[in-house]
Design a protein around this ligand. Sequence first.
Ligand SMILES: Nc1ncnc2c1ncn2[C@@H]1O[C@H](COP(=O)(O)OP(=O)(O)OP(=O)(O)O)[C@@H](O)[C@H]1O
Ligand SMILES: [Mg+2]
Length: 152
Amino acid sequence: MKQKRTYSASETEALGYELGLLLHDEAKVVILLDGELGSGKTTFTKGLARALGIQDVVNSPTFTIMKKYKSKDRLKTLYHLDLYRLDGAGDDFDLEEYIDGTGMIVVEWPFQAEALLPKDYLMVTIKKIEDNIREFTMECVGIPCQRAVRYI
Ligand SMILES: Nc1ncnc2c1ncn2[C@@H]1O[C@H](COP(=O)(O)OP(=O)(O)OP(=O)(O)O)[C@@H](O)[C@H]1O
Ligand SMILES: [Mg+2]
């Protein structure tokens, strides 16, 4: 388990970037982002995306549950899910239905779906401390993220 604080949105983006670099070579990794509205989940995801070499602008998927991004060299894939709108209808949500290959899978509002938790995942809990201060708690369950959490 690792805890980090950030003091601005750009520091949060940079933290996502650092984590993304550490996870860059993992074939498949699931990152669950838990935190209240405006805590910085999407900001953090922008940093993850940049570390994978994704140049498109990453925004919260508004009308779809999932948005898929490819790196410029096409070698890396980011699946960005936002389950906010599932709103209780997520009892039979199946993450695997949305994932058609390997890559980094980032889920905002993971607890909107009852049985989401895969076998291996990195849980990132974001707490608003003050207006611009966020506390990140990173906890790895399983194999793929152990090294990243150790070195971040
Ligand atoms: N330390 C910080 N880290 C991240 N965001 C910060 C920080 N300080 C201030 N902010 C602001 O908080 C907001 C975070 O927005 P963001 O969209 O990343 O949150 P979110 O958790 O994805 O929200 P939602 O639940 O609506 O999807 C931005 O407006 C950002 O500028
Ligand atoms: Mg968001």
